[in-house]
Design a protein around this ligand. Structure first.
Ligand SMILES: NC(=O)c1ccc[n+]([C@@H]2O[C@H](COP(=O)([O-])OP(=O)(O)OC[C@H]3O[C@@H](n4cnc5c(N)ncnc54)[C@H](OP(=O)(O)O)[C@@H]3O)[C@@H](O)[C@H]2O)c1
Length: 256
């Protein structure tokens, strides 16, 4: 799809890179020549993923909970020690659960905001201060969700992802003087491991209500991320690219 050496000599971090969309982004980048660090909380699953990915190229791993600022610092120091620089950050780690808004507990609300908004922020600021600002170069891609309208059934993640959408736009302006490009990818419903936590009934008939009549594939999201981090996209910053088969423009995918 892309030139074989597209990402040669690039050092990349994919949070949540042990599964699903993050795994496919890591695999793509390894195929195109990057050294890829993956991180997530579950060390044994992370190690297993890194072992598999190592067949494609130079894949390294360190467990890190993005909500824990000390672990995020340690991850930055680890990358500094082993590679001396970071070129590209993909903030992919995240998760949520479906719930009627009125039934979300304070703990449930805080868990999703902490993960999807605060965690993404910790990683972004830490990696920018360690690497991108001193280097005066960097590329950040934030995986959010389809928040084009509202997010009925998952108000917590809608709010968190809208926060990341806006911080991406703000940082694209504030950090342009440091040579940092930052964009967001907003996936619709993607056939990925993350969908397993949803009740199967919730997804019944969803494809029929998407204009392209199917769910998205993790590889399609990975190819979009690869384009955004490549030399083909150097004049794109502060953008949110929807990859949703047209879902945001028409119809209601879930029953209320
Ligand atoms: N699939 C979809 O339809 C869809 C649509 C819109 C947005 N998204 C978003 O896209 C991203 C990837 O989704 P996916 O479907 O590929 O889901 P997934 O397979 O569940 O991937 C989420 C990854 O994030 C890691 N993670 C979660 N919380 C973390 C934390 N606090 N610190 C570090 N790592 C953490 C998980 O690993 P550990 O458990 O080991 O930490 C896992 O590897 C997620 O942010 C998801 O919400 C997905």
């Amino acid at each position: 799809m892309f030139a074989q050496n597209l990402l040669k000599d690039k050092i990349l971090l994919v949070t949540g890179g042990r599964s699903g969309i993050g795994y496919n982004i890591a695999a793509n980048c390894l195929r195109y020549g990057a050294t890829v660090y993956i991180s997530s909380r579950n060390n044994s699953k992370l190690e297993a993923a890194a072992t598999e990915l190592s067949e494609l190229g130079d894949c390294r791993f360190l467990s890190c909970d993005i909500r824990n600022i000390h672990q995020v610092e340690t991850l930055a120091e680890y990358i500094q020690k082993h590679s001396g620089k970071l070129d590209i950050l993909v903030n992919n780690a995240g998760g949520q659960f479906p719930s009627a808004a009125e039934e979300i507990s304070p703990n449930g609300w805080n868990a999703v905001i902490n993960n999807n908004l605060n965690g993404t922020w910790h990683v972004t600021q830490t990696m920018a201060k360690h690497f991108f600002i001193p280097q005066t170069s960097g590329n950040i891609i934030n995986i959010i969700a389809n928040i084009y309208r509202g997010f009925p059934g998952m108000v917590h993640t809608g709010a968190a992802r809208a926060g990341v959408d806006n911080l991406s736009k703000t940082l694209a302006v504030e950090w342009s003087k440091y040579g940092i490009n930052i964009n967001a990818i907003a996936p619709g419903v993607i056939r990925s491991t993350g969908l397993k936590q949803y009740p199967p009934d919730l997804l019944k008939g969803v494809s029929d209500r998407i204009p392209l009549k199917r769910l998205g594939e993790t590889q399609e999201v990975a190819d979009l991320a690869t384009f955004l981090m490549s030399p083909m996209a150097t004049y794109i910053t502060g953008e949110t690219v929807y990859i949703d088969g047209g879902q945001r423009l028409w119809g209601d995918i879930f029953e209320l």
